[in-house]
Design a protein around this ligand. Sequence first.
Ligand SMILES: Nc1ncnc2c1ncn2[C@@H]1O[C@H](COP(=O)(O)OP(=O)(O)OP(=O)(O)O)[C@@H](O)[C@H]1O
Length: 315
Amino acid sequence: MKRMLFIYNPMAGKEQIKNKLSDIVQIFCKSGFEITIFATQGPEDATNIVQERGEEYDYIVCSGGDGTMNEVATGYMNITKKPICGYIPAGTVNDFASSLKIPKIMKKAAQLITQGSVFRCDLGQFNDRYFTYVCGFGAFTEVSYQTPQEWKNALGKAAYFIEALKHIAEIKAHHMKIIYDGNEIEDNFILGLVSNSVSVAGYKAYSKMNIMMDDGKFEALFIKEIHNPLELQAALNGLMSKKFDSDRMLQFSSSEIKIICDDEVQWTLDGEDGGLCKEVTMKNHQYALPILCDKSVSAQVSHRAAKKAEEVEEK
Ligand SMILES: Nc1ncnc2c1ncn2[C@@H]1O[C@H](COP(=O)(O)OP(=O)(O)OP(=O)(O)O)[C@@H](O)[C@H]1O
């Protein structure tokens, strides 16, 4: 029998899993999994159980929001024998699941785990912590807590983005040095997002570009200080149209980024508190997270699949 450690956050996304747990367990049992179920009781529980027991299993499946998935990934990076991972989203935004096209309907996500194929996704390291899809500071980092519930219900994911834009003008700029691939850029920045994902805070910042989630590279976007309404308008237009203006924004891909700041900056990792940091080193761990997804995902976000397709075309 295939052994599965199933970790879930009972409180995630307004206790979404409450009425679905039995269906999910049935789907796994039918497919021949022997399951150990672990309900998290609070912060770091998911990380600890993966570290303590993860190596005993063939599969680790997590259900919760982005925060719980982050905790599982953190534990996963600290074990040597690596099981295959699965994810059943239960949060509000679920950016990581959106990027990997994992269904929002929990039963469907469970079924996918029993039939899906393994996609080896990159994982980000942030000093001694990890992130699955994004780390950042500034406007976006506060959105998930500030967006009014009525907006979320009426506008869905767009609400997060609109809320984030409202705060851009109020945000304090940080003087920082951004170092990557032999470049060193020094300026005042109000927002920074370093992402491994196509979707951040429900906003697909890079939808027109070819973002691969297994290319060993982060996509970085930094917005410089805004001095007047004209500059604010230009920055907003750039974000909305996804045409990033190099005078006001810094955008690049890199596998390693170092940031040195004059003051302490509040960071967020996968939408959760990332702590105050003056210096940050981010490293991309290519193919570090083997996760069960639909086969079509590989074709869309896999650098390896794109390369293979190119080779076939050339022939
Ligand atoms: N039983 C629990 N009660 C309260 N908090 C918990 C419990 N188990 C885990 N947590 C904490 O809740 C944090 C947030 O959970 P998670 O991100 O899964 O849900 P969410 O906030 O509802 O989802 P999202 O952030 O995607 O909207 C986790 O990082 C974890 O530390």
